[in-house]
Design a protein around this ligand. Structure first.
Ligand code: PLP
Length: 384
């Protein structure tokens, strides 16, 4: 038998701490390794698999489109791209009426930064402490974690960081060079910290008043994860730019930047080779239709509350705080989480960390209650 792990260890750049198993198959909330072991997936491919692994509708759409047309540059019109951008405009706030399609979350943030600079002629951004917006140089400039930033400094100048949910600190940092405020609705990588309603209401007012753009990064919170199609709906927020990616195409790489009338860019100022290609657009169309037809937002809200109610009834000495919105769940421990993540994997449950002390769960929103029960049981077991 081919030793896949040895090959990756030898030839892949060692950027990911490996978890010791080789995944070969997935269906809905289950994954299998090459030895036939079965896992309940509460990582969801880092928040990608909202509609479940190998969703039938998406698999069919990919197979169909692969026979039809796979690539089509942005210079030509494309049926699937047209359907997708119309769909995105229809399901997001009314002020967002233009779309740029790209290939990842970081790329959507790069686009947002460039569009904000072009449209305002200004160069400074206000971001939050604990923010995560991606690993490319622009997105990294907006990302807080010094561990990710410092090896690559100097980054793009003009990015300021203020405590999340603190309107006064945002206000203090605004000057006549400020192009935009960029925020997540829930800080995912930063530890599952929820944004509060009042803060976002004030941010909205402040940006309007000072003529500053509001960029919301819903790469992780978008597409039903928090119990709404988009987390901005919790607070009726209307950003000027909305960044989307992760779950949008059922697992294929995609990103989108949605823009209001305030965004004004010209031919040639940005571009992409693969962005909005018909294959991925067809997958995204099928994925988004599935989310809406199955009321995945409602399912996420209901299952998230079910999990929270059941989990918080269990007395667990090691838990410092439980944070949850929809099926975006953070269990902050009083100690390092890594040993518990390993122990859970051995018991057939895959979870991810968010920082050193938070156990993060981003299961497929299609997961069933029996699997959620099992996840709760296993977490309680390893933490007892
Ligand atoms: C994952 C993530 C990104 C980066 O997306 P990639 O596709 O990994 O480049 C950006 N913003 C947020 C909020 C994310 O969770």
């Amino acid at each position: 038998m081919i030793d896949f792990q040895a090959i990756e260890d030898q030839y892949a750049l060692p950027l990911f701490p490996k978890r010791g198993i080789t995944l070969v198959k997935g269906k809905n909330a289950r994954l299998w390794d090459d030895k036939g072991n079965e896992y309940i997936d509460c990582m969801g491919g880092q928040g990608v698999v909202n509609i479940g692994h190998c969703n039938d509708k998406v698999a069919e759409a990919i197979a169909r489109q692969a026979q039809q047309l796979i690539t089509c540059t942005g210079s030509f019109y494309s049926d699937q791209r047209a359907l997708l951008i119309k769909k995105l405009v229809d399901i997001t706030p009314a002020n967002l009426n233009k779309v740029f399609l790209c290939n990842s979350g970081a790329e959507s943030v790069e686009g947002a930064i460039k569009f904000a600079r072009l449209s305002t002629g200004k160069t400074e951004f206000i971001c939050a402490m604990r923010s995560f917006h991606g690993r490319t140089m622009g997105a990294l400039s907006a990302t807080f974690n010094p561990k990710y930033r410092e090896p690559f400094e100097p980054l793009i100048p003009g990015f300021h960081f203020v405590p999340y949910n603190n309107i006064e600190k945002v206000e203090e940092k605004i000057n006549d060079k400020t192009a935009a405020v960029m925020l997540e609705m829930v800080q995912g990588e930063g530890g599952v910290h929820l944004g509060d309603a009042d803060f976002f209401k004030q941010i909205s007012r402040l940006c309007e008043e000072k003529n500053i753009l509001l960029i919301i990064d819903e790469v992780q919170t978008g597409f039903c994860r928090t119990g709404k199609l988009f987390a901005i709906e919790h607070f009726n927020l209307q950003p000027d730019i909305l960044c989307l990616a992760k779950a949008m195409a059922g697992g294929l790489p995609i990103g989108a930047v949605l823009c209001s009338d305030k965004i004004d860019v010209s031919f040639g100022s940005h571009g992409t080779t693969f962005g909005g290609n018909p294959l991925v657009a067809a997958a995204a169309n099928a994925a988004i239709d599935f989310m809406i037809e199955e009321n995945l937002a409602g399912q996420a809200a209901e299952k998230g509350n079910y999990f929270a109610e059941k989990f918080t009834k269990i007395e667990l000495e090691k838990v410092r705080e439980f944070r949850q919105i929809g099926l975006m769940i953070g269990i902050e421990l009083k100690e390092k989480v890594q040993p518990y993540i390993t122990a859970l994997q051995e018991k057939g449950v895959l979870v991810i960390p968010a920082g050193a002390t938070v156990l993060r769960l981003l299961p497929p929103l299609t997961i069933n209650k029996e699997d959620l029960d099992k996840v709760i049981e296993k977490i309680a077991e390893v933490l007892s």
